[in-house]
Design a protein around this ligand. Structure first.
Ligand code: UDP
Ligand code: MG
Length: 219
């Protein structure tokens, strides 16, 4: 009798633990689109309205580039100026650490916008091997706009952003990388029915109205 009771107790306890673990599993939305499509701007608005945590892979890499004693600073610097994609071992570690730190500080913060990642097959494989069983990818939020709009916006931003890659030369390379490496990733997710596309060529508030409607429905 006692043994049965103990078993039943342990079963229900482990199911509680299981459910808590499930509830806390990080929920991820990948945010993709060309350079200057408005990923960062829209992510900031999503954070204000829906309380996600915004992690920009590019910002994390720029932070690591500046970090004193970083062994990757020089490499990251070169890759960013060239519009090339940094080896995933570096990026995935930064993302994983940022997610863990966020959840360590507050377990309620388990919903993440991962902005500007995954950008190529290497990124995708890195995610699969390090994070696939640790986090659920809900969908890809895709900000779609023409290359010309992307270029114009980044050149405008370059007047004040201080970014080493918001100039015409770097931009041409970034657009090329985006078309050759990132579009196929979006395509792959599309085939799995996991892409939500927003027309990003309009003004910030118009774009956000669509984003909000979408997240109200399935965020
Ligand atoms: N980058 C990278 N891996 C990533 C994200 C960014 O290598 O996962 C590098 C890449 O060189 C890219 C640059 O960081 O061109 C700037 O990325 P960011 O997402 O900040 O640019 P955005 O698309 O927002 O203009
Ligand atoms: Mg950005």
């Amino acid at each position: 009798m006692l043994v049965q009771l103990q078993r039943a107790l342990s079963r229900s306890l482990s199911s509680v633990v299981y459910r808590v673990a499930l509830a806390m599993k990080p929920q991820v939305i990948f945010v993709l689109g060309g350079p200057g499509a408005g990923k960062g701007t829209q992510c900031t608005k999503i954070v204000e309205t829906f309380g996600y945590t915004h992690l920009s892979a590019g910002d994390l890499l720029r932070g690591e580039r500046m970090r004193e004693g970083s062994e990757f600073g020089q490499l990251i610097d070169t890759y960013i100026k060239d519009g090339r994609i940094v080896p995933v071992e570096i990026t995935i570690n930064l993302l994983k650490k940022a997610m863990e730190e966020t959840m360590r500080l507050d377990q309620q913060n388990f919903r993440f916008l991962i902005d500007g990642f995954p950008r190529n097959q290497d990124n995708l494989q890195g995610w699969a091997s390090v994070m696939e069983d640790k986090a659920d990818v809900k969908f890809v939020l895709f900000f779609e706009c023409s290359d010309q709009v992307c270029i114009d916006r980044c050149l405008e931003r370059g007047k004040s952003s201080g970014r080493t890659d918001d100039n015409r030369e770097s931009l041409e390379k970034r657009i090329k990388t985006y078309l050759q490496s990132t579009r196929p990733i979006i395509e792959q997710y599309q085939q799995q029915g996991k892409v939500r596309t927003v027309d990003a060529s309009r003004g910030v508030d118009q774009v956000f109205a669509d984003v909000k409607a979408l997240l109200d429905k399935e965020g």
